[in-house]
Write a protein that binds this ligand. Structure first.
Ligand code: HAM
Length: 454
């Protein structure tokens, strides 16, 4: 072993979420969960690792994800072929079939968690990223499509995000795509000189994906290509029209983008993406669509499905770009103490204050020592706490604690109004703090109190 201590870093494209960003993530997750709850969606958690075959079959063999982006490995214990999930729908569908979840009627579920794709990392594109997704299993009409889209709109509104637009398309059913596909291949073959290497490779395997190309030299060609929308039969058209009607009636703005085809093979009929221009190239913050044939493909009884997934990193970045909310405080109360006996009392009091539902940070020693009174007070100020509770030798001797307001006057303080610090008997300290903090909250609804949870 060499003496040199090598620095270990995170794997490329896999990010740490640091405490400074945690409040934003929490805000996003709490808001999303409450929006989903308000539409009757229930949480589902599936494993991060699944059999490789699940993804290959669900997402499609000739897709970017399955061809080149999956983290697949062999279980060294038994040789099983496993993959870190690149997305959430396949696992949810597997769970629905395995546990017969849709047997007593349709189900609305949501999930969140890390997904893994071996992509070239860049802004907004990572190898481990978090998705927040929802799936509605067992509903066939355009009403559920509209519900999922409107649920997203409500989330953007609740988060104050207004630079997200909706793109919508219908990719019909397998027969309709088959007829379109034949014409599309003929069209591209007639223009083979314009195709790049990637497009030529996909020409016969997955020509629809050529429409998705970002290559500027091919834009004119794909713009003039046969459009799938004009191959839709009566039922697919009626479904699409039905969806648009509900969206129109609810003032949901959208653009029909006939080139929106999505990169996963399980889709049929409705597909949609929520896109922003505020994040550069990776502007799709949420994407989804219908996958009616998928459950049957896996041996389940024919059951339609539709869902979406949001890229959480992209949405957090958008929240940042639109103005970060003030950092919430770390705690309600910071406990400052000097001397061994005071420390013992501080410990006991901190537990009692927590019993009462308040958040407390107790000053603890570092390698530099326990810290002077002054340095502890500095920490108390930095914590964003509303109050410092101070226990020194005098307080121990008199069986009291000093309570210092760190954000202004003490509510109901002495007549002259300017009371910043009070001496409170040890046994009354908990009631006093609850009264000050919860009381202040009751009196003043603008007062941002995020910690008290009785
Ligand atoms: P997807 O379009 O592959 O769809 O991913 C959904 C969203 O995840 C994207 O719009 C993007 O915001 C985010 N995302 C994807 N890849 C990355 C990445 N490498 N780095 C950061 N964010 C990323 C699905 O995954 C489908 N399962 C959605 C769905 C659910 N369809 C029906 N139900």
């Amino acid at each position: 072993m060499s003496d040199k201590k090598e620095k270990i870093s995170a794997i490329k494209g896999m990010n740490d979420i640091l405490p400074a960003d945690a409040p934003l993530w929490e805000l996003f997750e709490n808001t999303a969960e409450s929006v989903l709850k308000s539409y009757g969606y229930q949480k589902i958690v599936t494993p991060i690792v699944e059999e490789t075959g699940l993804f290959a079959r669900a997402i499609g063999a000739v897709t970017d994800i399955v061809e080149k982006e999956m983290y697949s490995f062999e279980d060294s214990m038994n040789g099983d072929k496993l993959t870190l999930r690149p997305e959430g729908t396949a696992g949810v569908v597997r769970a629905v079939i395995e546990h017969n979840l849709a047997y007593d009627g349709p189900k609305r579920v949501w999930y969140k968690g890390p997904m893994f794709r071996h992509e070239r990392p860049q802004r907004g594109r990572y190898r481990q990223f978090f998705q927040f997704g929802a799936e509605a299993i067992g509903f066939s009409g355009p009403d559920i499509d509209a519900e999922l889209i409107m649920l997203c709109r409500r989330l953007w509104d609740d988060l104050g995000l207004d630079e997200i637009r909706l793109e919508l398309n219908s990719i019909g059913n397998a027969d309709e795509r088959q007829r379109h596909r034949a014409d599309l291949i003929a069209y591209f073959e007639a223009n083979i000189d314009v195709l790049d290497a990637e497009a030529k490779r996909r020409l016969h395997a997955n020509p629809l994906r050529i429409l998705d190309t970002k290559n500027p030299a091919m834009q004119d060609l794909v713009n003039a290509a046969p459009q799938l929308l004009s191959y839709l039969g009566e039922e697919s058209l009626a479904h699409f029209e039905g969806l648009k009607k509900i969206l129109d009636a609810n003032n949901v703005q959208y653009t029909v983008n006939p080139r929106l085809v999505r990169g996963l093979d399980y889709y049929n009929r409705t597909v949609f993406e929520w896109v922003t221009d505020a994040l550069g190239a990776q502007g799709t913050v949420c994407a989804g669509g219908r996958y009616d044939p998928l459950i049957e493909t896996f041996g389940g009884k024919p059951t339609p499905g539709i869902g979406f997934a949001m890229g959480m990193e992209r949405l957090i970045e958008l929240m940042k770009a639109q103005g970060e909310p003030a950092a919430p405080s770390q705690c309600d109360v910071y406990m400052v103490h000097q001397g061994q006996e005071a420390q013992m009392k501080a410990f006991i009091l901190a537990e009692r204050i927590r019993d009462a539902g308040l958040d407390v940070v107790l000053h603890c020693a570092t390698p530099a020592g326990a810290g002077s009174f002054k340095s502890q007070m500095k920490k108390a100020d930095g914590s964003g706490a509303a109050f410092a509770v101070i226990i020194g030798e005098d307080e121990v001797a008199n069986d009291v604690v000093a309570v210092k307001s760190l954000r202004g006057e003490v509510q109901g303080g002495a007549g002259d109004g300017a009371q910043q610090q009070a001496s409170v008997p040890f046994t009354e300290a908990v009631d006093y703090l609850v009264d000050q903090i919860v009381g202040a909250h009751d009196h003043d609804h603008d007062h941002e109190h995020v910690h008290y949870h009785p």
